[in-house]
Ligand binder design. Structure first.
Ligand code: PAF
Length: 282
């Protein structure tokens, strides 16, 4: 496996492979790889001939008071993990390589959803994500790209961007990987103290209870949300948002759920750590 730091070198490495007709899979990450990323790499290795894992802590998707500086960085360990799963390349460019003129003036935005759910609390986050993901698609020329469903709004927006802008790439959604306790795997779980880690289960337990209520016939959006909110609060978490949205449009559901498939989206703080999770109601 090769670690590549420049855009030109990645293009030179991939061009002959693409010419031979090899299917190139891209797994975009910000590093601090865990089993959730492992599942994305595994999916790419099984679907594609060549797997590129990008490791780039993208500054333009972080707000001023967010955890950019504190975000765990460990390229060597990340490369080892990626290699052990079968990745062929780790693309780890510097900020100057990706943004040589400073913050880019051309940005990709989703007008409708960038300010909702996570976007309401992280202004500029999704345009930073969509911009860097577009760049990674164009740099790698990948045929396939793999994203985790834990970032449900993110994968939705990426799918929509691919459709709206005619990117020639297939997006694969990979199911949430959870710890044995049920806590969704996240690089930010590392910030949790042992006590907060136990409390953080309040999100998953709430989502599970809400889904059980739905399966038992509950259709009130208010009541479904309330189950999740109460579970987070009982676990001493601070709710940022809990919403029920349409899986198809990601617009908020109100009143009573009908035939359309919905998803519960939640974000909460445990101590200083902000975690997100979600659960589809099918
Ligand atoms: O999900 C992430 O880790 C990031 O948002 C992504 C998709 C790698 C873009 O920086």
């Amino acid at each position: 496996m090769q670690i590549i730091k420049s855009i030109d070198s990645l293009r030179q490495a991939l061009a002959p492979l693409a010419k031979e007709g090899k299917r190139i899979g891209l797994v975009p990450t910000m590093g601090a790889l865990h089993e959730g990323h492992g599942a994305l790499i595994k999916a790419s290795v099984s679907e594609c001939d060549v797997t590129v894992v990008s490791v780039f802590l993208n500054p333009i998707q972080f707000g001023k008071n967010e955890d950019l500086d504190k975000y765990p960085k460990r390229l060597e360990a990340d490369a080892k993990l990626a290699e052990s799963i079968g990745a062929d390349f780790v693309f780890a460019p510097s900020v100057a390589e990706m943004y040589p003129d400073g913050d880019p003036m051309t940005l990709v935005r989703d007008e409708q959803l960038e300010g909702m759910y996570c976007g309401a609390y992280r202004p500029g986050h999704f345009r930073g994500v969509l911009t860097v993901v577009s760049k990674l698609f164009l740099i790698s020329g990948a045929n396939d790209a793999f994203f985790g469903e834990k970032d449900y709004q993110q994968v939705f927006l990426i799918e929509r961007m691919v459709k709206d802008l005619n990117f020639n790439i297939k997006i694969h959604r990979v199911k949430i990987v959870r710890e044995e306790s049920g806590l969704a795997r996240s690089s930010r779980n590392e910030y949790l103290t042992e006590e907060e880690r136990a409390q953080a289960l309040g999100i998953y337990n709430g989502l599970k209870a809400a889904k059980a209520a739905y399966e038992a016939g509950e259709r009130s959006v208010l009541k479904i949300r309330d189950i999740v909110v109460k579970s987070i609060v009982a676990a001493r978490g601070v709710v940022q948002y809990v919403e029920v949205a349409s899986q198809k449009t990601l617009q908020k559901c109100n009143g009573a759920l009908g035939e359309e498939k919905a998803v519960i989206l939640a974000a909460a703080f445990f101590g200083k750590t902000r975690l997100i999770d979600n659960m589809e109601l099918n």
